[in-house]
Design a protein around this ligand. Structure first.
Ligand code: BES
Ligand code: MN
Ligand code: ZN
Length: 500
């Protein structure tokens, strides 16, 4: 399926279908009025029959419209014209594609440029492409029976004002790169843990350095190197598993770098989290294959950066590891010396994400990053606190938190801030080590973030707990690709892209 931007002569376009908005109280859009005039009032005569009101969700397919070259016109209800927001837009695009995909349509023109929230064509295009792609996404089956679920080959987005064409092209370019990032992250996360193990993650990282030769270098740290570096917390988590840990360091550098800042991302990459010796209950344990969604998000974000050749310096770390019980596994009661020199008493081997991350965060210091963002399916407590639609945000820097909130609002990829007060830090107390890996009492999402904060003093840092948002449970579930769009937007904003 390919997307195009065009300033269309709507009546003369030989296409299978043109999608046209109808607003509340049967008000036609400009493009609708134009087509109506060309067809001598045919469209309004049908609307008068009363089969469409213009509410969001309404649709009416018209055939054989006089003097119009297109085989069909799909009228789509868009509600009140000045009340349309990004959420409505998403719904409108998903509705229309749901109807079109059932028909024998190869070519379609969306003439929706009037639905430009706050006069901003950029977001109309972004939302069009990303919501259509999200709606059509399917999990890749491991049996070679994957078939396309859609006939549509060409989607043309009609831009009614010629002076909007330039910005529309930029929006399309961004949208396609972000879609590629989201789809790559989803595909990686949906793989079963016997295929997607830590070595596999590192191979996917290596592939990036082959595909984007001029901009990406990848270094892979294996367990031997980890131990040499003193990354004993990370290495200990991998000790029980036959699939050994691999940490991939993806170094991206754009061609026309605008400043000397380095932005780093660290993704929790537990390709399976059984809990280890503190083993998890068996109910839904298979979902712990998604415990690498943070790493998959980082992988996706770097793909987007490389596709758009963002003028930035970015480091992405995929902290690949498997947490298994067994004779070589680390134990509750063990005391580990982290790469930072600080010691940690293990009270629960299921609190493994923070152990893998703390050494990755210390490792990052060698690159003197200005900003570090870690992304992790870190705690069930975060799901209890914020549910399935909102990721938890923690940060030691208000400006960075503000920037992430801003990108979150732009993309509707929701996050909410939780505090790192001193009162919570005290809960990580241990009588034998500098601290323990589990906080006493409640507020588990916060005490986990407090644990990480002890290793991030040297840079501006933010932590996204995506335990609730990274995947959907059940038969029709799978990875959501979150928070890839949010992070891509954060990077676009850092690149000073102008798009309005
Ligand atoms: N990967 C889990 C967190 C998780 C649980 C994510 C359920 C999504 C759904 C993490 O490694 C974990 O097991 N955390 C423990 C921490 C506890 C032992 C302090 C948890 O949340 O129960
Ligand atoms: Mn765990
Ligand atoms: Zn985990």
């Amino acid at each position: 399926m390919n997307f195009f931007i065009k300033n269309c002569k709507l009546d003369k376009e030989k296409t299978d279908c043109i999608v046209v908005p109808v607003f509340d109280l049967c008000e036609l859009s400009h493009s609708g009025c134009y087509l109506d005039k060309c067809s001598n009032g045919y469209i309004t005569s049908l609307i008068k029959l009363g089969d469409i009101q213009g509410k969001i969700g309404d649709t009416l397919m018209l055939y054989k419209i006089p003097k119009i070259f297109s085989k069909r016109i799909l009228l789509v209800g868009c509600g009140k014209k000045d009340e349309i927001n990004k959420v409505h837009l998403k719904k409108i695009f998903k509705n229309t594609i749901n109807i079109l995909k059932k028909l024998s349509i190869k070519n379609v023109i969306y003439s929706l440029s009037e639905l430009n929230i706050n006069n901003n064509i950029y977001w109309m295009i972004r939302i069009a492409v990303l919501s259509i792609k999200e709606f059509l996404y399917k999990v890749i089956k491991i049996n070679n029976t994957n078939v396309d679920n859609i006939n549509i080959d060409y989607i043309t987005l009609d831009i009614s004002k010629k002076n909007n064409l330039f910005i529309a092209e930029i929006a399309l370019k961004h949208a396609l790169a972000i879609d590629y990032a989201i789809t790559s992250a989803k595909n990686l996360s949906n793989l079963p843990p016997n295929i997607c193990n830590p070595l596999y993650l590192s191979r996917k990282a290596k592939e990036l350095s082959e595909k984007y030769k001029n901009n990406i270098i990848v270094e892979v740290i294996d367990i031997k190197k980890m131990k040499e570096l003193g990354m004993n917390a990370y290495a200990a988590v991998g000790d029980g598993a036959k699939n050994k840990p691999f940490m991939s360091v993806i170094k991206y550098s754009g061609n026309n770098i605008i400043n000397n800042k380095t932005i780093a991302f660290v993704g929790k990459g537990l390709t399976f989290d059984s809990g280890g010796i503190s083993i998890k209950p068996s109910f839904n344990m298979h979902e712990m294959k998604y415990d690498m969604c943070g790493a998959a998000a980082v992988y996706g974000v770097l793909i987007m950066a490389a596709e758009l050749n963002l003028p930035l310096k970015i480091i992405g770390i995929l902290s690949g590891c498997e947490n298994m019980p067994g004779g070589y596994a680390f134990r509750p009661g063990d005391v580990l010396t982290t790469m930072s020199g600080k010691t940690v008493e293990i009270l629960n081997t299921d609190a493994e994400g923070r152990l893998v991350l703390c050494d990755s965060l210390t490792y990052l210091e060698r690159f003197s990053p200005n900003i570090v963002i870690d992304i992790a399916t870190l705690t069930g407590a975060c799901v209890t606190a914020l549910g399935e639609s909102v990721s938890g945000l923690f940060s030691n820097n208000q400006e960075l938190a503000n920037q992430l909130h801003y990108a979150s609002e732009e993309t509707d990829d929701k996050i909410w801030s939780l505090p790192l007060f001193e009162e919570y830090q005290k809960k990580l107390i241990s009588n034998i080590a500098d601290f323990s890996n589990v906080g006493q009492g409640q507020a588990g999402a916060i005490t986990a973030a407090c644990f990480l904060s002890k290793f991030t003093k040297k840079y501006n840092w933010a932590h996204l707990d995506i335990a609730g948002t990274a995947w959907k449970s059940g038969k029709n579930g799978g990875s959501t690709g979150r928070p890839v769009e949010l992070l891509c937007q954060f990077l676009l904003n850092q690149s000073n892209y102008i798009y309005s």
